[in-house]
Design a protein around this ligand. Sequence first.
Ligand code: APR
Length: 259
Amino acid sequence: MKSIELDVKTSNVADLIVRSNKIVVFTGAGVSTESGIPDFRSPGGIWSKFDPEDFTIQKFVSDPESRRKQWKFLINGGLFTNAEPNQAHLAVAELEKLGKLDSVITQNIDNLHQKAGNSPEKIFELHGNMNWVKCLNCNKRYPMEHIRKRLQKGEEIPDCENCNGMLKPDVVLFGEALPQDVLTNAINHARNCDIFIVIGSSLIVSPASYIPVYATEAGAKLVIINMTSTTYDHIAAEVIHEKAGIIMQRILGNVKTKI
Ligand code: APR
């Protein structure tokens, strides 16, 4: 994108932000790639290396071999616990500091919005969070770190210390329903914001991918910052096909000169 065009677009988004106090930010895996976490559908992304079919809830609960494989994937790097927030996460946290952010709706499970400084009560995690493990029998929750230590000592399929029930990372697997309360809350916030900013999502996987539409139907302006085109570019007020880190920093820099 030409520099002059980028200046106009980032300035337009900054103007929208300056005029708003109820911004909802919606993020996908693309907001975390600059933190070293691969996304799912870019070339070389997770689904080019692993079969999504191996990550269904049906397989997890019915096939011990699938459970062993999934725990092994998580422990051998699938957790990315050493990842740090990047410039895009920090810019979203800055929006909250400026009193402009209503909430963050994220499809990510990497906890990077919390690490960047956004208030947990403002973050709706549609697909859960990798920091926790839940027992499917008694609902007891464990910090992932605790279970990781058990796996590193050689356990392959950890079970519940309370009832010997099946343990599962507290994230939404394929075929599993999204947490209804989180989804309902996220949609309500989307329907009551001035601007809805999508960062780093292909907007392919429903029901999350409908949320930007609920926002625009309720009158919000849609901004999409994504390296590649998305299904909803045509209904956005501004679309920027560039890397989120640099763009979000440029936008926030622009906002701070205007307020
Ligand atoms: N800056 C901006 N956009 C980026 C960057 C970046 N640095 N890196 C990647 N992207 C864009 C890609 O072009 C892609 O369109 O981010 C998007 C990421 O899309 P997906 O990989 O499909 O990830 P996401 O939209 O989060 O997928 C939704 O699908 O498989 C499920 O559970 C999984 O939560 C995930 C859901």
